[in-house]
Design a protein around this ligand. Structure first.
Ligand SMILES: [Fe+2]
Ligand SMILES: [Fe+2]
Length: 204
């Protein structure tokens, strides 16, 4: 289990020297290209043909944004959701509405996602930062296939939590758990949409 950004960075570089590119960008160019918003970057990439060098800066910015805004956030938020789920499952075991199996499902999702994100950060993203090309096709398609698995996991998450709704009169912990699961569901969806529909098509 990766516990800090620094240990993740060290692990990534140890596993693949190419991963150092992700960190080199910040050291060599601390003033990364500034764009007004993610919407502006999305629009520019969507309007350009794949590989268009005029929007290469936007593609690099998007990789950075995905890692910072989504990869880091998901990994930081899963442990709390798992803790809340274990608490609710143990306190409300006898309740018919108890989200049984939720903590284990969240733990499975977190492990699976950590592996997936790690493969993106260690192998695929450094490749894309160097311009991608035919060598990136297979890993991109592999990541897109894994996103389908995550989508299935999200469907199960919604089912176990009854669409993220706590029953009437539920305690604050249970409500908090539903909010945490709803946020994970929403943000994982955004994250995968950015990769599937905006980032990856630019490199295919
Ligand atoms: Fe990702
Ligand atoms: Fe991904």
């Amino acid at each position: 289990m990766i516990s800090t950004t620094m240990s993740l960075a060290q692990a990534m570089v140890r596993e693949s020297p190419d991963a150092v590119d992700i960190f080199r960008i910040r050291r060599v160019a601390p003033k990364r290209p500034s764009f007004d918003s993610i919407a502006q970057v999305e629009k520019a990439l969507a309007a350009a043909p794949p590989g268009d060098p005029s929007v290469a800066g936007q593609a690099r910015w998007l990789i950075d944004h995905i890692v910072e805004r989504y990869h880091r956030t998901h990994l930081a938020e899963f442990p709390e959701a798992i803790r809340l789920a274990r608490l609710v499952e143990s306190v409300h075991e006898a309740d018919a509405d108890c989200p049984r199996g939720l903590a284990d499902h969240l733990a499975f999702m977190a492990d699976d996602l950590e592996c997936h994100q790690r493969r993106e950060e260690v192998a695929l993203f450094p490749m894309l930062l160097k311009g991608g090309g035919p060598v990136a096709d297979f890993p991109i398609r592999r990541m897109m296939a894994e996103h389908l698995d995550v989508q299935d996991q999200l469907t199960t998450l919604a089912a176990i939590t009854r669409d993220f709704s706590a029953p009437e009169g539920a305690c604050e912990t249970w409500r908090q758990l539903c909010r945490a699961c709803r946020k994970l569901h929403h943000e994982l969806g955004d994250h995968m949409r950015l990769e599937n529909d905006v980032l990856f098509p630019y490199f295919l």
